[in-house]
Design a protein around this ligand. Structure first.
Ligand SMILES: NC(=O)c1ccc[n+]([C@@H]2O[C@H](COP(=O)([O-])OP(=O)(O)OC[C@H]3O[C@@H](n4cnc5c(N)ncnc54)[C@H](O)[C@@H]3O)[C@@H](O)[C@H]2O)c1
Length: 331
């Protein structure tokens, strides 16, 4: 199948492009490179440089590449920024997604896979969090993702769009061959920031809150390897045959690790000490976020290969050690 990967030059999208090709399908990338890296796209994969809200461009790509399924990873993703700049977030994440869906509908492309987030749940009443838990986002980023989810539901009912929504918990890790990995500016994710602190290539590490009601006082989060995320997306392809199908899945390992455990894992894998300071709690950070991902396991046969945090950190460590300046290190 021909798969359009929107945001395919970004962190998760670029890993998914490789997994799509490995599964025998044909990935095609659309990205405006506002945050992504052209170097993350393998040679031979068609790349269209442009915005997902550019309807003439999207129309041309859908037609010329004979697209069967659209996977949509493109978004702005910084929670803090979304609080101060909601227009930027609603425009890129919601308005442009509407534009993309409208073009697909007009072109008769009826299968869609969407990157959502645990942030749609806000502060959960209990963990592990099932897909049926209340969705009460506490920031514009999470709200834009929930708005897109609701929009997909309306498109399924009105136009027969078939879609799968994946709510990721904490994506991390890098390609096993070390060729690509995470390279965000600014970087807000814990694993790369702990590794960069260990390598002294990033800023000093701050852990927010050491007085949570958790075993070591730091927050608990659910980490999942980026290639396992990608494999779940691919497993959804053949579940989208019936028009109007609407699927929602959490993706996480269901075993949370504390911030401190991540620091210890990086120290063990790298053999380097990680300097850090413990700061006050950040507003809106719940003590624990952990996925109940049993639905993805039963319905999609999803069976994550990376179940040990050290194995996950090892892949990220290899990428950062060999590319201390990220993609800028690559020819
Ligand atoms: N990284 C995580 O831990 C995580 C967790 C939950 C959800 N998500 C979601 O997964 C998706 C991918 O996350 P990521 O970490 O790979 O982000 P990323 O920023 O690395 O990748 C996003 C890509 O989309 C592109 N893009 C953004 N706006 C665009 C537009 N209007 N037109 C064309 N391209 C555009 C960027 O250039 C970038 O290459 C996002 O939707 C994010 O909300 C990520």
């Amino acid at each position: 199948m021909n798969i359009l990967v929107v945001g395919g030059a970004g962190y998760i999208g670029s890993h998914c492009v490789r997994q799509i090709a490995a599964a025998g399908h044909r990935p095609v990338v659309l990205d405006n490179l506002v945050h992504g890296h052209k170097k993350s796209i393998p040679g031979g994969v068609p790349f269209h440089h442009g915005d997902l809200g550019d309807q003439p461009l999207v129309r041309r790509v859908l037609r010329s590449e004979k697209i069967d399924i659209v996977m949509h990873f493109a978004a702005f993703t910084l929670v803090g920024e979304s609080v101060g700049a909601p227009i930027k977030y609603y425009r890129n994440n919601v308005a442009r997604t509407l534009s993309l869906l409208e073009t697909m509908q007009e072109e008769g492309v009826g299968k869609f896979i969407f990157s959502s987030t645990a942030a749609v749940y806000g502060i959960p009443e209990k963990t592990p969090i099932p897909e049926t838990a209340p969705k009460i986002p506490i920031n514009p980023y999470g709200q834009t993702k929930l708005d897109c989810e609701n929009m997909l539901g309306a498109f399924a009912r009105a136009y027969g769009l078939s879609f799968a929504v994946f709510r990721y918990f904490n994506a991390c890790g890098a390609a096993e061959d070390g060729s690509i990995g995470e390279d965000h500016t600014p970087e807000t994710h814990l694993v790369p920031n702990v590794i960069r602190a260990a390598l002294r290539t990033g800023p000093a590490l701050h852990l927010f809150g050491s007085d949570y009601p958790t075993p070591d006082g730091t927050c608990l989060r659910d980490y999942v390897h980026v290639d396992d995320l990608s494999r779940a997306h691919i497993a959804a392809f053949d579940k989208l045959e019936t028009p109007g199908t609407a699927l929602h899945f959490n993706l996480g390992l269901g075993r949370p690790y504390s911030n401190m455990e991540i620091v210890k894992a990086v120290e063990k894998v790298s053999g380097l000490p990680v300097p850090f300071t413990c700061d006050l709690r950040r507003a809106g950070d719940p003590p624990e976020l952990c996925a109940d991902a049993s639905l993805a396991r039963t319905r999609l046969g999803w069976n994550p290969r990376f179940t040990d945090i050290h194995a996950i950190v090892e892949t990220a460590w290899r990428w950062h050690r060999n590319h201390p300046a990220g993609f800028d290190d690559q020819a």
